[in-house]
Design a protein around this ligand. Sequence first.
Ligand code: S3P
Length: 173
Amino acid sequence: MKVVLLGYMGVGKSTLGRLLAKAFQLKFIDLDTYIESKEQLSISELFRKKGEIYFRKAESLALQEIITKEDNFVLSLGGGTPVYGRNMHNIMESPGVVSVYLKLNIQTLVDRLFLQREFRPLISHYEDKNEFEEFVRKHLFERQQFYYMADHVLDLTGKDASESLDELIQVMN
Ligand code: S3P
């Protein structure tokens, strides 16, 4: 089984991915962590030292490597992964891959992400929450067209980790 979890920053892709992998006894791979260990730099350092385009190319390469070479995994993407190059098409065209878009309502997302913005280079500079919210609304609006290409959509709004896991397992059956 090959499962790909995608969605905006802060929706809980890695947390839920780890839980799903454990429940199904699959290997868990976090795409950001995979890139960090390959490049020997943190995501923030990669953005700062090599630039976003370098990161996006490394991200596409890492995604391709994983979905072609690995079997039996849960892979949590970065929030931007589905949006660049042919990434989403490669996921959709890869045999046996099931993709799930994890959604959260905008207010929950904004509140949560504002507190977790420090290590996320695209948003770490925001100091004003209203400006931040405006950015997230627009950014998510632009990205959603790619996220909705996933095989399944799961709204996690108001659900704790264990409810989210149950729903994820149901959606995939
Ligand atoms: C990004 C999301 C991040 C990380 C990078 C860029 C994005 O991953 O890949 O900072 O473009 O949305 P998370 O979604 O895990 O925060």
